[in-house]
Design a protein around this ligand. Structure first.
Ligand SMILES: C[S@@+](CC[C@H](N)C(=O)[O-])C[C@H]1O[C@@H](n2cnc3c(N)ncnc32)[C@H](O)[C@@H]1O
Length: 356
């Protein structure tokens, strides 16, 4: 049996590298067999690469095409969760099955709708059957809360643990998902920001977590100096482990503490770039971020949760006003994007802003 699929065509010499890169960004369509002719390899993908995925591929592969062609289906196509649960939950509830889940290392995290709660364990066992590399299934049992931005999680199936190693764009993150914030949904954003940093910049990662901005920046730029701050001592302990795991001991300096206090005490006027990934309350730190930027200016990567009917223009205006109140000016917004929907009518937006 064959079906049409969008795919990447490359010279066979680049085949192995291309498959590796596409797997890294997680867009290989595993339903189909990869096909080959004399000169070309065709790798089926699940969607047309977006801007940052294209940029990532072009860094390593100079010549490839995106086209649609027919592929043979693999002999044992991965079963869909609905098939596995067909006899275990009432048919009318199949439509409520979660459409997606988060994978953090070998842990799957699912959000189970109220009407499916009593079938949670069936669902978790089906996840283990389908995703052979998943060893633990947890469910979200509350929203992300508190200063450390943690979520309570419930163990459902597999190995009862919350620690794992997550790999993102070739960087490894050892973490405990019950003790630190981590979202695999931000991988493109981590990679995008890391790709912008210049060779010998000083970067201040104000809300660093376990290091998904700091580590790739350090890896790409061995001469850059990265100061990584987080209030959560567990996050900084894992960051220290990740610094060793990724062999970037020379250029990341981790600090536990409150961003405002640390900047006021030690970090005034030294950064070329400040990363502010604490969307819930980042606005309260715009003044100190401005203080941390070098007197000649620099760039702020700013994140905020926007609630409709607020508009991006409104958030930009508010941001500029706070920068002005801090005695600096916004020179230019280099990048403004709605990066993900976090709930109905709520979005995470990202700005890259030049500050003078
Ligand atoms: C949304 S998480 C982002 C973590 C990481 N940058 C990432 O992309 O995964 C925000 C982090 O900010 C930390 N945090 C909260 N308030 C803080 C403060 N006042 N000073 C420093 N870090 C803070 C939290 O502990 C949490 O790890």
């Amino acid at each position: 049996m064959s079906e049409d699929s969008i795919c990447i065509e490359v010279n066979t010499k680049l085949g192995e590298l291309t498959i590796r890169l596409l797997n890294k960004i997680g867009i290989v369509n595993k339903k189909f067999k990869i096909k080959k002719n004399q000169n070309s390899l065709y790798v089926p993908i699940i969607h047309k690469p977006n801007e940052s995925e294209l940029e990532f591929l072009k860094k390593s592969i100079s010549d490839f095409q995106i086209l649609i062609t027919s592929f043979s289906l693999k002999k044992n196509p991965i079963k869909k969760i609905d098939d596995l649960l067909d006899n275990q939950i009432p048919k009318h509830l199949l439509k409520s099955l979660p459409q997606s889940m988060d994978f953090v290392g070998d842990i799957a995290i699912i959000e189970i709708p109220f009407e499916l709660k009593k079938y949670s364990e069936f669902l978790a066992r089906a996840v283990l059957k389908i995703h052979k590399n998943v060893k633990t299934v947890l469910s979200k049992s509350g929203p992300i809360t508190g200063n450390y931005r943690l979520r309570s999680l419930k163990f459902l199936a597999g190995e009862n643990r919350t620690q794992t190693i997550h790999i993102e764009f070739g960087c490894k993150y050892y973490l405990d998902i019950a003790k630190v914030y981590f979202s695999p949904r931000l991988s493109q954003e981590h990679n995008r920001v890391a790709s912008l940093v210049g060779r010998d910049e000083v970067v201040l990662d104000l809300f660093a977590g376990v290091g998904p901005f700091s580590i790739p920046i350090a890896k790409n730029n061995p001469e850059a100096r990265i100061i990584s701050v987080d209030l959560n001592p567990d996050a900084i302990e894992f960051l220290k482990k990740n610094i060793r795991l990724n062999r970037v001991d020379n250029n990341i300096i981790p600090f536990v503490g409150d961003a405002r206090q640390l900047i006021n005490k030690n970090l005034v006027g030294l950064a070329d770039r400040v990363i502010m990934n604490l969307p819930e309350t980042a606005k309260e730190f715009i003044d100190v971020a401005c203080k941390a930027i070098k007197p000649r200016g620099g760039i702020i990567h700013y994140y905020e949760f926007m609630r409709i009917p607020d508009s991006i223009e409104k958030v930009k205006h508010r941001f500029s006003k706070r920068v002005q109140q801090a005695g600096r000016i916004v020179d230019r917004f280099l990048f403004v994007k709605n990066i993900r929907e976090i709930a109905p009518f709520r979005y995470q937006i990202a700005f890259d802003v030049i500050i003078h």
